[in-house]
Design a protein around this ligand. Structure first.
Ligand code: GN1
Ligand code: MG
Length: 356
């Protein structure tokens, strides 16, 4: 299947080593080795990304801007085919090939606060470098991706139309999420707040989307498919969701889920190092809210998918998405306990900054 794709880039499959790569839930990813050259090949999941060419157009537009305004900034752009296209389209879908950055490594989990801080700095730097770029020029590769109002509505619909047995079994989780609708209400206030800026937002800031060198310094951010106009709370919030606990969303034993203060501080330091001058006072006031926003939204999305018979995320065992949803609910509770402390810390960190 991959040989015709590789040949579009002038590579012969029988001269390449091909290995499945990474842990993403959405796209298929392979590492391709051809002599001394290494590449990442991906097939875009078209059930999720309805218009894959929009991804390529977005990346091109950002690359053009950064080439002029931040020439030293490493921004990984897909390679072009012999026909000079950014992607290959055939019956199997849309594919693209990227250079594999030499001597780079990724982490599946945030293993130290330093790594978390570097990742946060990289995501902050990405948005900062693109702050002069008109975000509205980017196409929404997944319309309403982080629109919590819509996610909540989809949850309500799944309660109405979804798998009745599963809904019955998840009563506690359902009433917890319905009981935290204030998180949705706060999001709606943000949408009506002119001091909340629509920025170039990555929307998938897990640690494995940052490349590091051997010394643990960040090199660049990757996986730009969901980069589109959005709010900074998506990026900061998903870092909190995925770096604060030592256990991932896959963990079935919730007793070990905790929110580590030093990782919160690391995210805040790293991100604000780049972004404190950019953020408005309203935005800064919602720095801690961003964790609630993203953890809550992910719990809602997993539970909705469970009620919809796992059509979106898939499921490796019976009840998988229910476990993921409960895991995220536990994380949200742990996060909530620390929120007052975190608010103080953010104010202290930002205290010396002149806010716009
Ligand atoms: C999906 O495929 P992956 O792992 O990069 C999802 C994210 C979720 C994440 C949860 C396009 O990302 O929003 O946070 O799963 N991406 C999409 O693991 O839905
Ligand atoms: Mg992704």
């Amino acid at each position: 299947m991959l040989s015709s794709i590789l040949s579009a880039y002038g590579l012969q499959a029988d001269q390449c080593e091909i290995h499945a790569f990474g842990t993403g839930l959405i796209n298929n990813t392979w590492k391709i080795t051809h002599g001394n050259s290494e590449y990442i090949l991906q097939r875009i999941n078209q059930n999720v990304f309805r218009q894959p060419p929009a991804i390529a157009r977005n990346i091109r537009a950002m690359a053009d801007y950064l080439g002029v305004h931040s020439p030293g900034y490493l921004f990984v752009v897909p390679l072009t085919t012999i026909q000079k296209t950014d992607m290959v389209h055939n019956d199997e879908g849309y594919f693209r090939l990227m250079p594999f950055i030499k001597r780079s490594r990724t982490f599946d989990v945030a293993t130290t606060p330093e790594i978390a801080c570097e990742a946060a700095r990289e995501f902050g730097c990405f948005t900062k470098n693109l702050s002069g770029f008109d975000a509205s020029k980017l196409e929404a590769t997944i319309p309403d991706f982080h629109n919590l109002t819509l996610r909540y509505r989809q949850f309500e619909t799944s309660l109405d139309k979804g798998n009745k047995t599963r809904i019955g079994e998840a009563k506690d989780a359902v009433s917890f999420l319905l009981g935290r609708k204030d998180i949705v209400t706060e999001f709606e206030k943000i949408r009506n707040d002119d001091n909340f800026k629509i920025r170039v937002t990555h929307h998938d800031t897990k640690i494995s989307n940052v490349l590091f060198d051997d010394n643990g310094n960040g090199i660049c951010v990757i996986d730009l498919d969901t980069t589109m106009p959005g709010y900074f709370i998506s990026d900061v919030g998903d870092m909190m969701r995925t770096y604060l606990s030592p256990l991932s969303e896959e963990e079935k034993d919730f007793s070990g889920i905790e929110v580590r203060d030093e990782y919160f501080l690391a995210i805040a330091k790293g991100y604000l190092q780049e972004m404190s001058e950019e953020l408005t006072e309203s935005e800064l006031d919602h720095f801690v809210y961003s964790g609630e926003f993203m953890i809550y939204m992910q719990a809602v999305r997993f539970l909705t998918d469970y009620f919809n018979d796992d059509v979106y995320y898939g499921s490796k065992y019976e009840g998988h998405n229910f476990v993921r949803a409960q895991n995220q609910i536990t994380l949200l509770k742990r996060y909530q306990e620390k929120a007052p402390l975190f608010r103080e810390q953010v104010m202290q960190l930002a205290g010396s900054q002149v806010k716009k």
